[in-house]
Design a protein around this ligand. Sequence first.
Ligand code: FAD
Ligand code: SF4
Ligand code: SF4
Length: 483
Amino acid sequence: MRRDEPGKAQGKDDPKMHMTVVMPKQDPKVRVKNFEEVALGYTEELALAEADRCLQCKNPPCRKGCPVDVPIPQFIDCIRQGKYAEGIAVIKSKNALPAICGRVCPQEDQCQAKCVRGRKDDPVSIGRLERFLADWELEHGVQVPERAPPTGKRVAVIGAGPAGLTAAAELAKLGHEVTLFEALHVGGGVLSYGIPEFRLPKSIVQKEIDYVQSLGVDLRLGYMIGRIHTIPELLKDGYNAIFIGTGAGLPQWLGIPGENLGGIYSANEYLIRVNLMKAYDFPEHDTPIRVGKHVVVIGGGNVAMDCARISMRLGSTVCLNYRRSRNELPARKEEIENAEEEGMTCRFLSAPAEFHGDEKGWVRSIRNVCMELCEVDASGRQAVKPIASSDFEMPVDTVIVAIGQMPNPIIQHTTDGLVTDPRRGTISVDDDGRTNVEGVYAGGDVSTGSATVISAMGAGKRAALSMHEYLMNQGGDRTSNGN
Ligand code: FAD
Ligand code: SF4
Ligand code: SF4
């Protein structure tokens, strides 16, 4: 029995204490026809009932599972006492973007994976409670924290994704003058162009960007560093330090015959067209998208799930084609469940070997090969190998390739001597985000490869603190004539 009847639990033996309070969601049959948010959030009553399940551990292991060290029992206690403004302040002492993390953090592998309740029962739904407080704050007005007095130091942050937004917010709070350069016409990075509206409403991302700007950060949109200015030029122009948070937006391809046929998209192009250019609302918005009746999505991560769920909302049937088994699917469990509820089917242990097209050059079918799992490889996952003579043909109208992204190399190519990993294209940094170039820091997907929102934010925050130390103690005394 899941706990879907709210109410205050009566004691530790109350069965309600064993099971998490279910968050209301849109019905799958309804939501598959719209782009509105699927998960509706806890009401006050549901949040209080869930908060009541927290044991208020003295040495809370949940906190160790959070990459930014949110004081979890403290904010949950604030909910229990109805002190919502205090609760959100507790979260924001460590996490600048709680409305986003409460929605998209892989909590089940992080804070909630460590919750002691989870040893016997359902863990406390920490992410849902975080979202409850963050949404309460957005409704009641966001408190802007005080800034330290101006330090007279100028910092450039490149990329307005979670890493850059966090670094910019932290540096501004510490009194530095921050310019945030973003290549696209909107901020948010993957939060805006990648994660769809029905999982993360863009109005929420915009409110978090507004919050960062309210701290005094100067956000410059449509400003691609490496093309308009280079990093050496920014340093020469008098920026005392630089943070690179340019993410991993370069799609990876399969490299098999027929991949350049019409109707085969990279996940990035597909997501940008739909999320950023609102192609689902064509001709109301002017970017069209051609999606056929049968869509095959290749991959198994969050990106693949998002592409699948968008395609179903555009009226297609969707099959996920994944070369490992269900157990190895890297996407969040909740998102796999949501996608399957909405009608996604899966073809496991199957990998494309060749695409076939029609006379007009549009993809018509995939020649797939069956795979089998073998020993664990260097990545810690089970490797796969093809099964001989197992080929089969899969009819298709549209294919979306969602097998991973790499950093775009423009900054790396225009910054002399910047050390990178030649295989992965990532910028090499130490634990505090320092690159080998003095005064230049980096963090998020551009230094780790594709990861998570919260890990990018953690990297942005660590780098900001280290930059602050650098700026205040030793460095960055540059003038417009160079240093
Ligand atoms: P990004 O979010 O990529 O932001 C980088 C920004 O830098 C972009 O705005 C880009 O336009 C800008 N930029 C790039 N080059 C330049 C330049 N030269 N000059 C100026 N600006 C530049 N993670 C989760 O935790 N949970 C999820 O559910 C989840 N789902 C995802 C779904 C999708 C579809 C995708 C693609 C990713 C998902 N992730 C998820 C991963 C997560 O979004 C990323 O790990 C995170 O956004 C990385 O943050 P970042 O700031 O490093 O980079
Ligand atoms: Fe959990 Fe993410 Fe919140 Fe940390 S930021 S407490 S990992 S939901
Ligand atoms: Fe509460 Fe679980 Fe954290 Fe303990 S581990 S404080 S029960 S959320």
